[in-house]
Design a protein around this ligand. Structure first.
Ligand SMILES: Cc1ncc(COP(=O)(O)O)c(C=O)c1O
Length: 432
């Protein structure tokens, strides 16, 4: 590295630990290369939903609105807290997804959101920076989005405490999380807990009963704790018993020692991955005055300002125009419903096929939501070896292999497999 003598400690650490050629992007590249050589190749690596013809799934109402914006609406600076009409509309849009009995609490116990440049990643970065220092403990599931390792454990250098998200049968289980919380309560002055449902890569969300159990865990916490809720895939759940919105309203107002930070954005919620617009909402464990809420919101805005200044304007204006116009709002929600129902059809078909088959190598976990299905490897073979084999057979997957964290499996992004290719994908998976 020619710049080695110029680097900060953080720069050196990033250089030494972050590997952009591992993970989803690298496996997507491999898959694309293979697809150019092999007719009928199925690329199930990337977490962006596609139509059956392979085009990116988008929301036509949002595209129309964006294409009608003028120069000022796109190119002038946005307020550092976010375009106010958009922020108000986003809060309403979020709260409308909650059951009616939780809506008032969601306002009482939380700040208005602020915008973050750089999507949910930016939101996670700025909120984590203002609350935790290098060496502070963050508890995170072994099944986790790989970039959270980059942001929390490599860039910000938090101390990693990993809990097992699933039991041996591949179902959600909080026992290991509870023991990690108890350990941290003895050893640390404060902790962070990273949660992501629907989970990447396992495709798992809690049932309503499991949410209740989680509330009991939160009630028992006895040291200052920040829960980071990564709500990237909120709204995509495919079973009636499974929560189809954020856990946020269930976790606030429960315990004065627990603050919950909801990080969401347009990336997946509005099928606008490249718009790079995230939001951060802070929720409190006890009733908080309007002045205190404003102060906390200002702190987040200051963190955003000192990080990436302000978020992109055009997407905020377009989203505001759509959400604040009842006809466009209905239209965009119909389009969202249509997209999610396509994902649901793929999910249902895949689940039906998996119910009819057995593999000596792969064991599906109980995925029930989001964009992915996940298959644990039975026996000793490594997930990367299986993914290489699947690639040769015509299916691109992403291996998750971390023996230290008990992770050895492949992720299949059904969000980007056309319904007619689902059976072929399962055939390839079960031929391994
Ligand atoms: C769990 C999770 N969180 C966050 C993100 C990234 O969101 P953004 O593109 O808005 O930064 C992803 C993207 O794949 C994800 O899977």
């Amino acid at each position: 590295m020619i710049l080695r003598d110029f680097l900060s400690k953080r720069g050196k650490h990033i250089e030494d630990t972050v590997d952009l050629s591992a993970g989803t992007l690298a496996w997507n590249l491999r898959s694309k290369r293979k697809a150019s050589e092999m007719d009928g190749f199925i690329n199930a690596t990337i977490g962006s939903a596609t139509e059956d013809d392979g085009e990116l799934m988008v929301l036509p109402t949002l595209i129309e609105e964006l294409s009608n914006l003028n120069g000022d609406q796109i190119f002038s600076y946005a307020n550092v807290r976010g375009v106010n009409d958009f922020i108000q509309a986003w809060r309403k849009d979020t709260i409308d997804t909650y059951p009616a009995y939780l809506r008032e609490g969601a306002v009482t116990f939380s700040t208005l959101p602020i915008t973050a440049c750089g999507g949910l990643t930016g939101g996670l970065m700025i909120s984590a920076q203002v609350l935790f220092d290098k060496g502070n403990t963050i508890i995170a599931p072994n099944f986790r989005w790989r970039n959270i390792d980059n942001v929390f454990f490599k860039n910000l250098q938090f101390k990693e405490s990993t809990y097992e998200l699933l039991d041996k049968e591949g179902n959600l289980n909080f026992d290991n999380l509870i023991s990690k919380i108890h350990k941290a309560e003895k050893e640390d002055k404060k902790i962070g807990i990273y949660l992501n449902f629907p989970n990447n890569p396992s495709g798992i969300s809690p049932t309503y009963d499991e949410v209740k159990k989680f509330q009991e865990i939160v009630e028992e916490i006895s040291i200052p704790t920040t829960i980071f809720l990564d709500d990237a895939y909120e709204g995509c759940a495919y079973e009636d018993s499974v929560i189809e919105h954020s856990l946020f309203p269930y976790l606030i107002g429960l315990n004065e020692d627990v603050v919950t930070i909801k990080v969401d954005g347009v990336s997946k919620r509005y099928f606008a991955y490249g718009a790079r617009l995230g939001l951060v909402t802070v929720g409190f464990g006890e009733e908080t005055s309007e002045e205190d809420k404003m102060e906390v919101r200002e702190l987040m805005a200051k963190a955003a300002r000192t990080n990436t200044s302000s978020a992109p304007k055009g997407i905020q204006v377009a989203m505001s125009n759509v959400l604040n116009d009842s006809e466009k709002n209905n239209q965009v929600h119909e389009e969202k419903k249509r997209n999610i129902s396509i994902l649901e059809d793929r999910y249902n078909f895949m689940k039906k096929l998996l119910g009819e088959r057995e593999s000596s190598v792969l064991q599906p976990v109980g995925f029930n939501s989001g964009f992915f299905g996940y298959f644990q490897i039975k026996g000793k073979r490594l997930a990367s070896e299986i993914s290489h084999k699947l690639l040769e057979k015509g299916l691109g997957t992403v291996p998750f292999e971390n023996t230290k964290n008990g992770l050895n499996g492949v992720r299949v992004a059904f969000c980007s497999i056309s319904e007619k290719n689902i059976e072929k994908a399962v055939d390839i998976l079960y031929s391994i």
